[in-house]
Design a protein around this ligand. Sequence first.
Ligand code: 5RP
Length: 271
Amino acid sequence: MDWGMKNRLSRIIKPKNGRCVMLAVDHGYFLGPTEKLEVPQRTIEPLLPYVDSVMLTRGVLRTSVNPISNVPIVLRVSGGTSIIGEDLSKETIVTSIEDSIRLNVACLALSIFVGSKYEHQTLANLSTLVDNGERYGIPILAVTAVGKELVRDARYLGLACRIAGELGAHVVKTYYCEKFEKVIEGCPVPVIIAGGKKLQKEIEVLELTFNAIRDGASGVDMGRNIWQSDNPIAMIKAVKSIVHENFSIKEASDLLEMEKKIEDKSTVVIR
Ligand code: 5RP
């Protein structure tokens, strides 16, 4: 592997333990102003000190992240669809490799929709992106998106992750599921998990993170369960404690409660 590729990957997945805490804030690329991400800068800025990297689009990067910030950027470069459009799987690559280099990104991210109407198109997108990434030493994160009608089980997610790895993705993002270790076993590159829709109880977020790490995930690329929480800083710290410090669910939950008190105290209420 080339020096540049290794260097960028090491900024995303920490070499000391092979783990990663990525903050996902790319939802607007097809969902528009998602709840609690309406003003991206407001959501993103307070969380940056606690994450290893941030995943977002170039529009949000340029408008909402201070360029002197040193946080590694995972740039989402697939899109071209909307939640009210014909088919979410009809994605294309929407950002050039030149602009990604200009933005000094550490990684490029794109979705693949295995089993969907536009499966071939999205897998071809991945292959093109891997070729471009290899040319310039930029790793590729493949996001295994699931169509409405597909079940998020180990068989399906294992298929999607393996295909992503075979096509040259350097990291794969998927969902946690039963028999997750089978998904890990079948994927030749590190796998990280999305959080999915906001879970009802905070403890469920910690359980999800703990179980995924226990079963072989290299980390998280989490969004809504962090910034839709009433205490996003406390939540990211608790999730990070599991990923990077091998905290148990109980230890992370205790940390969460302690950090919530600190966060609540420091929130200034303007009347
Ligand atoms: C959307 C994405 C999101 O970044 C991903 O789903 C992670 O966010 P969340 O934890 O909110 O699910 O890639 O396609």
